[in-house]
Design a protein around this ligand. Structure first.
Ligand SMILES: Nc1ncnc2c1ncn2[C@@H]1O[C@H](COP(=O)(O)OP(=O)(O)O)[C@@H](O)[C@H]1O
Ligand SMILES: N[C@@H](CCC(=O)OP(=O)(O)O)C(=O)O
Length: 371
């Protein structure tokens, strides 16, 4: 089973507040340096890594000299804004020692539920990965209110894993992994080595957060594993305080708890697309495009003969033959008006025709499911 992590090419690593801030004592730069070293080594093995890091609120509270976590949301948001500065600065410094550039990404729930923003976030992240940059992701605490908060970064880690179709989500925390009960409360609790992410028995074992500075606890990690599994990503929960947890997991060592997904990323994505798509329009495609789609390739504007309906970037549309047969469906990268302007044209002309280029494909094969 651990070969699943050894073979993972694209990984999301999530580190929690307790680890990042050494239980609220301020940013633990030694720990940050250590993760940066391990992530640089994983990158050198040809893997792509994104880091979801908590710690802005805890770091801000410490920077502002407050001795306890405030209750007012606006004060927490202010602390997050102050702390985030220090957080990204520390990561930038740590990764630059290994010749790696970093990028700050702040996301809200709405960014990942709105189709257009979803595609924008996805293309920014994949472009950063192509450029060899390590994205450092956190929740955008400045603009969130209760209803649209992820609420914890375990959920954010899983949504990012879904967004960029990661092979694995590694959650580093202050325990060795998932125990049969909260080890802070039950000294007889034993470590679970592995199981199916979807197995409901784990929810009953998991309790809330272990310290005043963390939010989620183990239950949000179990739910994150269930969510990550929906796009075929396997989740590992392991201690960030151990020696080289990321490298050992990458080498296939049985560290922490592995909660594996039962379906492959491709099956999971196709299932998601098949279940979720409410069609907003049609792209009528020529015989060349039909052949391309049937052999699993992306749809390019040059193969589109006509556009029906009125839709926005990110909407679900059907790709049909001139006779009306549905060949595939997927999430379109351009609005209906833009599609009409670039239909029948080579992708190289998109910029000239629209004044900008989002993607060379009208529908990327990763966002498409054949009928
Ligand atoms: N079954 C369990 N196994 C392990 N830890 C658990 C369990 N139930 C609750 N916990 C608690 O979850 C804590 C980790 O979550 P949390 O405090 O939110 O950390 P993080 O900041 O890493 O997200 C542990 O310190 C532990 O006390
Ligand atoms: N955006 C917040 C997230 C807090 C949070 O989720 O904490 P944790 O449960 O430790 O991952 C911060 O950076 O402080």
């Amino acid at each position: 089973m651990r070969t699943k992590i050894r073979n993972a090419r694209r990984l999301v690593v999530k580190v929690g507040s307790a680890l990042v801030t050494n239980n609220g004592a301020g940013l633990d730069k030694t720990a940050l340096d250590d993760w940066a070293r391990q992530i640089a080594a994983l990158r050198a093995q040809g893997r792509e890594v994104l880091l979801v890091s908590s710690g802005s609120i805890a770091a801000g509270i410490q920077r502002l000299g407050w001795n306890k976590r405030p209750h007012e949301i606006s004060k927490l948001q202010a602390a997050a804004a102050v702390g985030q500065m220090g957080l990204v600065e520390a990561y930038e410094e740590a990764f630059s020692r290994h010749g790696l550039q970093t990028a700050q990404i702040l996301l809200t729930h709405e960014d990942l539920t709105d189709r257009t923003r979803y595609l924008n976030a996805r293309s920014t992240l994949t472009t950063l990965l192509e450029l060899g940059v390590v994205p450092i992701i956190n929740e955008n605490d400045t603009v969130v209110t209760d209803e649209i908060k992820f609420g914890d970064n375990d959920t954010l880690g899983a949504l990012v894993a879904n967004l960029i179709e990661a092979d694995a989500l590694i959650i580093l925390t202050d325990q060795q992994g998932l125990y049969t009960a909260d080890p802070r409360r039950d000294t007889d609790a034993t470590l679970i080595s592995e199981g199916r992410a979807e197995d409901r028995q784990y929810e009953a074992m998991a309790g809330g957060a272990g310290s005043g500075i963390s939010k989620g606890g183990m239950i949000t990690k179990i739910r994150a594993a269930q969510r990550a599994a929906r796009s075929g990503a396997h989740t590992c929960i392991a201690s960030g305080r151990e020696h080289d947890p990321l490298l050992r997991l990458g080498a296939g060592e049985a560290v922490g708890t592995l909660l594996y997904a039962s379906s492959t990323p491709l099956q999971a994505r196709k299932q998601w697309l098949a279940d979720h798509l409410q069609l907003a329009g049609d792209l009528i495609i020529d015989d060349g495009a039909i052949a391309a789609l049937r052999s699993g390739r992306s749809l390019l504007p040059v193969g589109v003969i006509a556009v029906r309906g009125d839709f926005v970037r990110g909407a679900a549309v059907a790709c049909r033959s001139a006779a009306g047969e549905e060949i595939a469906r997927g999430l379109v990268n351009y609005s209906a008006a833009e599609c009409r302007r670039i239909a029948r044209k080579p992708s190289a002309e998109i910029e000239k025709l629209l004044g900008y280029v989002d993607e060379p494909e009208l529908i990327h094969r990763d966002n498409m499911v054949g009928r």
